[in-house]
Design a binder for this molecule. Structure first.
Ligand code: CU
Length: 143
């Protein structure tokens, strides 16, 4: 009897997981090469199909090559562009948003170099839409 109960419970949970509709679509994801260990820029194109804004709140990677991940904004101060750490990235309702060089972006700090052709597993967590896990390729600047 207990077994049947757990089986039913797992069916209900599976059904619910599939019934939840995803509003966030990741249209592209790339990493910049870092031949010397340092940092790599994670560029994303994100579409929010919801009528409500969402927020990118965490980016994580299980890879031992990744030491830390930060969200950055570009700010102009006395004519000089600087990067500043920010807590999260807003994804407006209906947006088709590019996060990368010159905008709000995601920076990975590295324990090891990253070369063109490498792939890094990355999980993005959105406040409303939950998590998406991707294998992100390292591509050259001309690609
Ligand atoms: Cu940065």
């Amino acid at each position: 009897m207990k077994k049947i109960f757990y089986l039913l419970l797992s069916i209900i949970f599976t059904f619910n997981a599939e019934a939840v509709e995803k509003n966030i679509e990741i249209l592209s994801a790339t990493l910049s090469p870092a031949p010397e260990k340092g940092s790599s820029l994670l560029s994303l194109r994100i579409k929010n199909n919801s009528k409500e804004a969402d927020q990118l709140i965490y980016v994580r990677s299980p890879s031992p090559d990744i030491k830390g991940i930060e969200f950055h904004a570009h700010l102009e101060e006395d004519g000089v562009m600087r990067m500043q750490k920010i807590r999260d990235i807003n994804i407006p309702a209906g947006a088709n948003l590019f996060l990368g060089s010159g905008t709000e972006h995601i920076m990975l700090y590295l324990n090891n170099p990253l070369y063109v052709g490498d792939k890094v597993k990355v999980s993005l967590t959105f406040k409303n839409d939950g998590s998406i896990t991707l294998m992100v390729p390292v591509v050259g600047n001309d690609q």
